[in-house]
Design a protein around this ligand. Sequence first.
Ligand SMILES: [Fe+2]
Length: 134
Amino acid sequence: MEYLWDASLETGNATIDEQHKQLFKAVNDLIRICDEGRGVEELKKSLDFLTQYTIKHFFDEEKIQEKYNYPDYTNHKRLHEKFKEDVKALSHQMILKGASPELLTEVQSKIGDWLLTHIKIQDLKLAAHLKAHA
Ligand SMILES: [Fe+2]
């Protein structure tokens, strides 16, 4: 399965939208690497990229929230922190045990599905705030 970005996920902020597209691509790459049973080096590279890109994206998005005095900033940041922890824990397990079907299911639910839901609910809520205060 592939995570596809479409216009219904658009926040209207070019930086955020571009980064969301890249994140979906990074998750799809990780899933493909697991599916194809590629070696640990490729798996590690893909996990590293996803981890670093997530950190960068959340940092940039939180800066935008601060700039526009987003009232739900604290809650939103807490959700980001929890996700970063989940990605870290999952990465450790995958590197330790390899990409089993069980872990692949977790990548889909804890990373891919989480991102999709987070964008649909939290980031679109942020988008409404940005549009009202631009
Ligand atoms: Fe977010």
